[in-house]
Each structure stands twice: as structure tokens, then as C-alpha cells.
Design a protein around this ligand. Structure first.
Ligand code: PLP
Length: 453
């Protein structure tokens, strides 16, 4: 392919990225754009072993950096990963699958957890969920008590900004089955550890509190996308281990083996280095930066209330869940989320992720400034509303056919984002699924059909 005007070889993706870089500030309410925060550039080297450190068996600077991170977060061990929480979840689910016990799987989990457990030899059952859409703790306790399930995968910080009340959840689980091993996906809340207010529901501070008080705490594998909330490069992820002394060596060695099997053998040293600087930054400035982000989010919500634009704050204030005050969800009316998303980006340089057919979410990460909030409010006030010609075409699908009502599926049907399966293999396709899928499509989601392994 050649550029028509010059006949030179074309690099269309690179050209587009350069255009974006030259365009100036985009008001990004998705994840922290590290480039906007004057990140120190670390060299992209191919060294390992003696020249720098071994990625799979670190003994030098990487080991030291990981220890500092474990101490800062309150973990027994922390591993740096350069392939996102997607790989961290695959690693953690592999460990759960080798424990020799059944796994309870939170259906609200990211696709990486679904795919990981689906590939596991363990028996996997859905974690009971209440009519309000939150984990049903008493029902979970009953399932744990019969001894068949010894592992749980939980989504504790969803794309929409719903967090689990982990003190209640962890103590409830420890009360009936203290030997349980939990995968806790905190993709969207890595930095929360560094804010007194937000740490209240964060896995590692909660585990530390329980242990300090001498209360039992289950073993935890905590996965975090540092790149979504901290000053780290894209794909930078932490995988933390918290385990009682008696479990620690077994789980640590299982994690090292799983990392060896799943991770790229060419880790990105700039990404790994950014996990080190992100931790350093969070320790020095995280509390202050989060206090500012909370202030901006509260100001925005007040202004939004005055404008009459509906949000659904507080709707997840249930016995087991709580809304993350840094994620403000905006209701658009059925199927209109994609239309508002495209309008804001095209007309106002505002980028907001779509999390469902009628929901966008404004994530007040630590890179958001007052000028971004003004741009978002102005964009929302100017929105002319959903128009019939605003629909986006269907996303890609590997299978052209829509499932028949009543048929049993042999794969996952996934609207992306948020990458949470509508259905898992073995489920029956119903009218409700069909309506939900149509609404996702109408609002601009890409829909993927992923066949059973
Ligand atoms: C809950 C959850 N877990 C895991 C992931 C995957 O994270 P990453 O993009 O770092 O691979 C996401 C991505 O959005 C997510 O929402």
C-alpha cells in the first residue's frame, strides 16, 4: 500500500496515531493516559539475566522493585507483568484450576477470567448473584460449607465502577471456609490502596487490617491494571499474593510456574519499570491526587444534578457492593450510549467509555483536570439527543447466525466493551438474551462470538 500523493510506502496506523498526538489534549475519562503526565522515558532494552535481571527468576533490581511494591500495597509477594490484567487473570485462574477443588465464578467477571476458568480442569459453578446483581453472600457461604468449592473468582472493581465491600465478603468467606483461595480482580482500583477513603474496600488494605486484628483472612491473588489508574504504561499490571504463612510457599511457587507458562518471554522493560515508578509516585502523591480526583467527581455530580442529566450514583449501595465515587455512570436512554459517546468525541474531544446499551461512565482518574470536567459538562448540555441515523453497524462476529431462542450455546457471546459474557457455554439462549444483545448492538458495542475450546 502506498500514499497516493507521494507514492511512499504507507503506515496508516502510525499516521493516525501521530495525528492523535498532534491534535492536543483529549478529555479522556476512560483510563489514565500516562503520556499526559510527563512520564520519564525508560529504555526499551532486550536485556535479561546478568545485564539487568531475570524476568522469571529475579534476584536483582526487579526483585528489589517487586519487594518495594509488595510492602507499599501490603502483599506477601508482588509480581510485575507486562501483558495487562488479561494475562494476570489467566495466570491466577490457572493457579485456581490446579488446586484440586471446584471454583465459584462471579458471572460479572471479565472475559479473561471466564476464558481462564473455562480452560481449567476444575469444576466451575456460577457464584450466586442476587436479583440486584450483587454476590449473594449467604448463598455463597452455603456452597462453601459443603466443601465442594475451595476457590472463588470475584470481580471487585468492575468497568462500571462497582466495588465489593471486601471486609464483609472476606470475613463472611473466612467464617465458613478459611482455606478458600480467592482471585480478586481489581483492574480498576489499583491506586485506591493509597487513599484512606478508597482503601476501605480494597483487597490488600482489608486483608492487612484483618490480619493485624488477628482475624482469619482467605488466601488472595489480587490482579490490578496499574495502567488504568496509576502513572504506568499501558499493559502494566500487578499480581499480588496474600496467603497465610502455611499456604504461602505453595501458592507462590504455583504462581511462578503459571507466570512462566503464560507470560511473554520478551517482557517490556519500560512497562515493568513504569510499575516501579508508578508505585513510587502513588506513595508520594497518590493520596493527594486521589483527594483532588474525588473533589472533581463530586463537583461534576453536583453540576450534573443541576443540568437534569440522569446518573445512577448510589444504585449499587447494597449489602455486598458499593459504587466507586471515581466512576460516575451516565444514563442515556435505551440504546443511546454509543450515540452520545460518538457525539462527545467528534464534537467536544471528550472520550467516555460505553459500559452498556444505556450507560456511559466518566472515570475520574488522577489525570483528569478541571478543564476536562468543563468540557464534559458542556458536551452533555449541548447533546441534541439520540437520532435514528446515529446507529453504528454491527461489530464483528465469527458466526453469522443469531442463536435460536431455546438453543444451547457452545461458546461465549460477548459485547465489548465491557467484555463480560452475556452467556457461557451450556446456557440456553432466551428472549431476554436476544433483547439485551440487540440493545448492545444498537448502542455501538462490538459483539464477539467465541467458540468453546
Ligand atoms: C474487570 C476487568 N478485569 C480485567 C480487565 C483486563 O485488563 P487489561 O486491559 O489490563 O488487560 C478489564 C479491562 O477492561 C476489566 O474491566
Amino acid at each position: 500500500m502506498r500514499t497516493p500523493s507521494t507514492g511512499e510506502p504507507a503506515a496508516p496506523l502510525a499516521r493516525r496515531l501521530r495525528t492523535i498526538a498532534e491534535h492536543g489534549r483529549c478529555h479522556n475519562f476512560h483510563a489514565l493516559p500516562a503520556s499526559a503526565l510527563e512520564q520519564e522515558r525508560l529504555p526499551d532494552v532486550s536485556f535479561s539475566g546478568s545485564a539487568l535481571d531475570s524476568f522469571f527468576a529475579p534476584r536483582g533490581v526487579l526483585a528489589e522493585a517487586q519487594e518495594l511494591a509488595a510492602e507499599a500495597f501490603g502483599a506477601d509477594r508482588t509480581f510485575f507483568l507486562s501483558c495487562g490484567t488479561t494475562i494476570a487473570n489467566r495466570i491466577a485462574t490457572e493457579v485456581l484450576g490446579r488446586l484440586g477443588t471446584g471454583i465459584l465464578l462471579d458471572p460479572r467477571s471479565h472475559q479473561s477470567v471466564h476464558f481462564g476458568t473455562n480452560a481449567s480442569p476444575a469444576e466451575v459453578a456460577p457464584l450466586p448473584i442476587t436479583a440486584r446483581g450483587e454476590p449473594d453472600l449467604p448463598a455463597v457461604q452455603r456452597m462453601l460449607a459443603d466443601g465442594r468449592y475451595g476457590a472463588i473468582a470475584l470481580n471487585a472493581a468492575t468497568y462500571e465502577g462497582i466495588r465489593l465491600r471486601l471486609t464483609e465478603v472476606l470475613t463472611g468467606i473466612a467464617a465458613v471456609a478459611p482455606e478458600t483461595v480467592l482471585l480478586i480482580d481489581e483492574a480498576w482500583s489499583a491506586i485506591h490502596t493509597f487513599s484512606p477513603e478508597l482503601a476501605e474496600h480494597s483487597a490488600l488494605p482489608v486483608a492487612r487490617r484483618l490480619r493485624d486484628r488477628g482475624q482469619p483472612c482467605p488466601a488472595l491473588l489480587v490482579t490490578q491494571s496499574a495502567h488504568k489508574t496509576m502513572l504506568a504504561l499501558r499493559q502494566a499490571g500487578y499480581l499480588h499474593l496474600v496467603a497465610g504463612q502455611d499456604r504461602r510457599m505453595g501458592l507462590e511457587s504455583a504462581l511462578r510456574q503459571a507466570i512462566y507458562r503464560q507470560h511473554t518471554t520478551s517482557p517490556s522493560w519500560p512497562i515493568l519499570g513504569s510499575l516501579d515508578t508508578a508505585r513510587e509516585h502513588a506513595q508520594a502523591h497518590g493520596a493527594q491526587a486521589l483527594a483532588h480526583a474525588l473533589e472533581l467527581s463530586a463537583e461534576f455530580t453536583r453540576a450534573l444534578g443541576d443540568s437534569g442529566f440522569p446518573d445512577d450514583r448510589g444504585s449499587a449501595e447494597n449489602p455486598c457492593t458499593v459504587t466507586d465515587p471515581l466512576h460516575v455512570r451516565l444514563r442515556t436512554g435505551c440504546g443511546a450510549a454509543g450515540s452520545l459517546q460518538r457525539y462527545l468525541y467528534a464534537e467536544h474531544d471528550v472520550y467516555l467509555p460505553r459500559t452498556g446499551p444505556d450507560t456511559l461512565v466518566a472515570h475520574f482518574h488522577i489525570g483528569v483536570r478541571a478543564e476536562d470536567v468543563r468540557a464534559l459538562l458542556h458536551g452533555l448540555e449541548s447533546w441534541p439527543g439520540d437520532r435514528p441515523d446515529n446507529g453504528s453497524p454491527d461489530g464483528p462476529r465469527e458466526s453469522g447466525a443469531e442463536p435460536r431462542i431455546g438453543s444451547v450455546l457452545n461458546g461465549f457471546l460477548l459485547p465489548y466493551p465491557p467484555g463480560v459474557p452475556l452467556t457461557r457455554p451450556g446456557e440456553v439462549w432466551t428472549e431476554r438474551h436476544a433483547r439485551l444483545l440487540a440493545a448492545h448492538r444498537r448502542s455501538g458495542a462490538e459483539v464477539f462470538w467465541v467458540a468453546q475450546d
